[in-house]
Design a protein around this ligand. Structure first.
Ligand SMILES: [Zn+2]
Length: 225
């Protein structure tokens, strides 16, 4: 019971750290645009959410094409779908729909963003994200062509699980080391390994000592002096 409670506690702490790290990645990390505009694809090849935003046919437009691109940094991944149209007037008009995924070591949280280049001059549409303040954004993205960051709010099942386990283990390690060392030291000094109460003079029953202080915890090894 106590062990189960401890496991749940560390998993919760791991999840909290995981979310904080993902937000820190979104806040201070960046995903610059890769080389070129990506691979040309058919509109049918885009995910439904993106297709809904990107599908566009206008009679005055000479040329409409769709691209897919994935950029990755230590802080996150952008899965990006763009539409480029060439019209008689005005000329190039790119439009983007992206899944912005943040976190370390795996990407664990995401938001979706849709809008017109260049960012962040145009107000983008957000989904599942809490946009950073304009002040923060202008510092981060003083140059254009970057989606202004938001704090991601939607967990990615696999990445969220892996990161939570990773941080839970990371937090548990120093805790486990400390309790193991303390337990050994207490046994060596003939103290109760659980609460530290002195067991000198305690009478063992069937080689088991019941701690008079905390009662429940028993210790089989008997160090007689
Ligand atoms: Zn005790």
């Amino acid at each position: 019971m106590r062990r189960l409670r401890r496991i749940i506690l560390f998993l919760l702490l791991g999840a909290v750290v995981n979310v904080l790290v993902a937000w820190a990645c979104a806040r201070w990390g960046s995903i610059p645009l890769g080389n070129g505009i990506g691979t040309k694809i058919a509109i049918e090849a885009t995910p439904d959410a993106a297709a809904k935003e990107l599908h566009f046919v206008a009679s005055e437009c000479e040329y409409v094409s769709y691209y897919q691109n994935t950029e990755e940094t230590w802080a996150g991944v952008r899965r990006e779908y763009t539409r480029w149209i060439t019209c008689i007037n005005p000329d190039y008009s790119p439009w983007e729909y992206s899944w912005m995924q943040w976190g370390w070591p795996c990407v664990s949280m995401q938001y979706e963003v849709a809008g017109e280049y260049p960012w962040p001059n145009q107000v983008p549409g957000w989904k599942g994200g809490w946009p950073l303040s304009n002040r923060d954004r202008s510092v981060l993205h003083s140059y254009g062509f970057l989606p202004g960051n938001a704090y991601p709010l939607v967990p990615l099942p696999l990445g969220f699980t892996l990161n939570t386990l990773f941080y839970a283990a990371l937090l548990f390690l120093p805790f486990a080391t400390f309790t193991t060392l303390r337990r050994r030291r207490r046994i060596r000094r003939n103290l109760c390994p659980s609460c530290g109460y002195s067991l000198t003079g305690a009478v063992p029953t069937n080689n088991i000592i019941t701690c008079p202080e905390c009662g429940i915890i028993r210790e089989q090894t008997l160090t007689t002096t």
